[in-house]
Design a protein around this ligand. Structure first.
Ligand code: GP9
Ligand code: MN
Length: 461
């Protein structure tokens, strides 16, 4: 029966106890402080044991293949996996490749790409993607962890880890106000040396769209700062142009609009293309500057760009029948791109491993030759043979290669049918454990963050 229950509050109470739930239910600072104050080192045990037992040993074939390189992280705002290799048909029936540059990177021998990688964000959207990718922890069930806890909590995030383990200099770049999502404070807590926010860029009229600096100008104007970073550096560039509602001037649109019944969707392809071109220009500069060859360049999508509400309008563009569109299809659209581009490496391929953003950090650190067994991560290296391919979305839906547990349904991924009423009792019993394993990541992550447990823990470096 547990299988037919979504990840609701009763479930949380059952696992964490009513006292914990009192704080969990609220993102108010006062409440958080009270919960935090009650915690002590003993609360760490369960989370510690979970992280230890969840750890996946690195794969020797990949461990350290990018050791000592600069890390250049390109966060592709609202990018979904379906745009990769996609051809969009315009009103005249002409087809347009949407991401010509990323398609090249995706298929390149120097790139380890993933086509089955899911975002796991909740209400914290971009900020959730950042906490997932840089801490191997989930955002909170409600609100944004950056806002609620980013100023006060202790984090073992990528910047801090790479500074301590390998002497990296660390910098984040974003063409919007640093206060958005409380990034200013949270990045300090993550251990970033520098944050180049809007105050470092010319934000004059014509250079920005709704949320901030246009991506092409953002990368171009970032180069003067990148040039001065001591190497090796860890850097993160958060793009903006492909953000809802996807505004773009006519002269910047290289492809026509799509032809769905929803104009937001139609514009989406144009801004995706714009950012694809921005990446291409940035890669060209990286090559000119000499940084390219001793860097690993990673691209990932932060979360969906078209909401479930709009997906029925998107369905025909994807060759799907809108009358058959349902919960299963919405979940399939939560895949986002993930590519590790390592110039000079020749063993690249497109991996079908099922993974989520929480798995990103252990994967990256192992590529850089940094062991992770001592860190309290919720994710598993996507390249490890021990990766269990059980992932949890923030709403408690659990995905495995064979079954997708969505709400009260159990979908067989081979037939895409809900088979909850057809499974034998024995199989249901087995699947119950699978779901619990997936959701245990959420529970342990929430406990770790809400009780600020990392202040009691020092990894051995
Ligand atoms: C804001 C940008 C967008 O600075 O990162 O945030 P989102 O709305 O996607 O969470
Ligand atoms: Mn975003």
């Amino acid at each position: 029966q547990l299988l037919t229950r979504t990840f609701d509050r009763n479930y949380i109470v059952k696992y964490l106890g009513i006292n914990f739930f009192t704080g969990y239910d609220s993102v108010q600072t006062v409440q958080n402080n009270r919960i935090r104050a009650q915690a002590d080192e003993g609360d760490l045990t369960e989370v510690y044991n979970f992280a230890k037992q969840n750890h996946a040993t690195p794969n020797e074939e990949y461990f350290g293949i990018a050791e000592g390189r600069n890390v250049i992280t390109l966060v592709f705002e609202s990018a979904q996996q379906f745009v990769i290799d996609f051809e969009m048909e315009d009103a005249e029936g002409n087809k347009h490749v949407v991401t010509p540059f990323l398609n090249e990177i995706y298929h390149d021998d120097a790139t380890i790409s993933f086509n089955n990688f899911f975002h796991q964000t909740g209400q914290g959207k971009s900020s959730d993607a950042e906490i997932l990718a840089e801490n191997s922890l989930y955002g909170l069930p409600e609100g944004s962890a950056f806002q609620a806890l980013g100023t006060t909590n202790t984090f073992h995030a990528t910047p801090k880890i790479l500074t301590e383990e390998a002497g990296y200099t660390t910098a984040a770049f974003h063409g919007n106000a640093g206060s958005f999502w409380n990034r200013n404070d949270t990045y300090k807590s993550f251990g970033y040396d520098y944050f180049f926010d809007a105050t470092f860029y010319d934000m004059s009229a014509g250079r920005t769209l709704d949320y901030g600096l246009k991506d092409k100008l953002f990368f171009k104007d970032s180069t003067r700062y990148i040039e001065q970073l001591p190497q090796p550096f860890y850097s993160k560039f958060i793009t903006l142009t492909n953000h809802f509602p996807y505004p773009l001037e006519e002269e910047n649109a290289s492809i026509p609009k799509a032809t769905s019944s929803d104009d937001t969707i139609n514009s989406y392809f144009q801004t995706v293309r714009y950012t694809d071109e921005a990446f291409e220009e940035f890669f060209a500069w990286l090559k000119d500057s000499g940084l390219y060859d001793n860097s690993i360049i990673v691209i990932y999508g932060d979360h969906f760009g078209t909401s479930n509400m709009r997906n029925p309008d998107l369905a025909p563009l994807l060759g799907k029948d809108v009358n058959e569109w349902g919960a299963y299809d919405n979940v399939q659209l939560q895949r986002v791109p993930l590519m590790f581009h390592i110039p000079g490496y020749e063993g690249g391929e497109i991996k079908e491993t099922l993974g989520g953003q929480v798995d990103y950090l252990p994967t990256l650190l192992h590529l850089l030759g940094v062991e992770t067994a001592d860190y309290l991560f919720m994710g598993q290296d996507l390249l490890s043979d021990e990766n269990d391919q059980i992932i949890s979305l923030r709403n408690g839906n659990v995905l495995t290669p064979d079954y997708h547990f969505i709400g009260s349904g159990i979908y067989d991924t081979a037939t895409e049918e809900n088979v909850v009423n057809e499974l034998e009792a024995e199989e249901l019993e087995r699947l119950k454990e699978v779901v619990e394993k997936g959701q245990a990541e959420l529970i342990n992550s929430d406990k770790l963050l809400n009780l600020d447990l990392l202040r009691f823990y020092s990894p051995v470096v």
